[in-house]
Design a protein around this ligand. Structure first.
Ligand code: PGA
Length: 248
């Protein structure tokens, strides 16, 4: 039985004051949650959020990491550093990084491997663009993206979390219908099951892309949807808490 998981992706939002207010409300509202909860925050706020979350059940995550362990890589952040600040999760391969920073499937897979080496859980994002969906390429694209990771990690793949985020649904207010999302989640789970039956059964596949309080419950009720990766709605405590409450 997979425990449902709701992770907030704050993206490049926040301030010391705003984070303290947001997490104060989130912590007050998550004392008795049934699902796992995490917030993935910008690097400079990791120390602050580590401190604010230290007695809570809400886990801390980062939004990216370097593929290198250390060295002359100006501006990059190593997984060992994220671990030191209490991260349990690292998002890799978010579509904004794939698009804005030309991250390839191979690079995303290598980052996922680094995250595992540092004893954290990679949240591996996959998803098709609108043009790819309209060309009927959705399954091919998302399986190609996930296969890069499963071929590199093999049996270790059981330790990842996958997030299906259709690019056309991110930040647009346009959500995949529960049926559209479930269809892709089933394809991803079938791929994982080919790597190992237990891997298909164990790996959590989150849905992301305009998840809001009014659509979370029906999305999370789909058999292969194990929670959500929440962008915009994770910045408003009442919305984030309503989405957490919608998880099983
Ligand atoms: P959104 O973002 O919920 O604002 O659509 C989701 C994401 O990009 O992780």
């Amino acid at each position: 039985m997979r425990q449902q998981f709701v992770a907030g992706n704050w993206k490049m939002h926040g301030s010391l004051a705003a984070n303290a207010a947001l997490l104060g409300e989130v912590l007050a509202g998550t004392t008795a949650t049934r699902c796992d909860v995490a917030v993935c925050v910008p690097y400079p706020y990791l120390a602050q959020c580590q401190h604010l979350l230290q007695t809570s059940t809400v886990a801390l995550g980062a939004q990216d990491c370097s593929v290198h362990a250390s060295g002359a890589h100006t501006g990059e952040v190593a997984v060992g550093m994220l671990r030191e600040f209490g991260c349990g999760y690292v998002i890799v391969g978010h579509s904004e990084r794939r698009a804005d920073h030309h991250e390839s499937d191979a690079l995303v897979a290598a980052k996922a491997q680094r995250v595992l080496e540092a004893d954290m859980t990679p949240i591996v994002c996959v998803g098709e663009t609108l043009a790819q969906r309209e060309a009927g390429e959705t399954a091919t694209v998302v399986v190609r993206q996930l296969r890069a990771v499963t071929e590199l990690l093999r049996q270790q793949s059981r330790r990842i979390v996958v997030a299906y985020e259709p690019v056309w649904a991110i930040g647009t207010g346009r959500t995949a219908s529960p049926e559209q999302a479930q269809e892709v989640h089933a394809v991803l789970r079938a791929h994982l099951a080919q790597v190992g039956a237990d891997i298909g059964a164990a790996v959590r596949i989150l849905y992301g892309g305009s998840v809001k309080p009014d659509n979370a419950q029906v999305l999370f009720a789909q058999p292969d949807i194990d929670g959500g990766l929440i962008g915009g709605a994770s910045l408003k405590a009442s919305d984030f808490l309503a989405i957490v409450a919608a998880a099983k």
